[in-house]
Design a protein around this ligand. Structure first.
Ligand code: COA
Length: 164
């Protein structure tokens, strides 16, 4: 018997996009519980604080009737967080071949550190393929329309950040 499976979907979510929301919805159907974990990538400069990123995620998922999702931030090694939460799976979205190398490297490193934790990749829907958080930030920076890619709350927060 496989038992209860808790999964962790980690990311920077800086900011959350509809691509991420799609992965969260699909993960919620596959696993008994999903923890959306807002982390820090030490190689990236985040524009929103982890509290803001969690808040944007919470508001994006409100009204979707997903009762097996939790949101948390973490600032430790991902595998340690996953172990601490007694989760068995790490979920990552795979958009294109360009994601593959980095994702593969991360999955192998995580497997090396924690052989019992499995990484599961969900293929991003074609409409989310061109979307990434940095692209959304860049479009917003130059005053472009990001409403196709992210929620109204994020759109407003980006406007405030860049237009003052
Ligand atoms: N839709 C839209 N965008 C998507 C997406 C989807 N379905 N799937 C991935 N992306 C984008 C993200 O928007 C992000 O875009 P950006 O680079 O323009 O910001 C990019 O793909 C991947 O970033 P993200 O998912 O945020 O992951 P990351 O590669 O920055 O890693 C952590 C973030 C928190 C998971 C990682 O840094 C981590 O594990 N940190 C903890 C420390 C640790 O354990 N390190 C060792 C790891 S081996």
């Amino acid at each position: 018997m496989r038992g209860f499976i808790r999964a962790v979907y980690p990311g920077s979510f800086d900011p959350v996009t509809y691509g991420h929301i799609d992965i969260i919805k699909r993960a919620a159907e596959l696993f008994d519980e999903v923890i959306v974990a807002v982390g820090e990538n030490p190689n990236k400069d985040h524009i929103f604080s982890s509290e803001e990123r969690v808040r944007f995620l919470e508001s994006s998922l409100k009204g979707l009737d997903l009762d097996n999702i939790q949101m948390e931030s973490f600032s430790e090694l991902l595998v340690n967080f996953v172990r601490r939460k007694e989760a068995r799976v790490i979920i990552r979205g795979m958009r294109a071949i360009t994601d593959f190398e980095r994702e593969f490297q991360m999955a192998l490193a995580n497997m090396d550190m924690a052989p019992k934790i499995e990484t599961v990749f969900l293929v991003t829907r074609p409409r989310s393929m061109p979307v990434s958080s940095s692209l959304v930030r860049e479009i917003a920076y130059y005053g472009g329309d990001v409403s196709k890619y992210t929620t109204e709350m994020v759109e407003k927060a980006l406007k405030k950040k860049y237009e003052g």
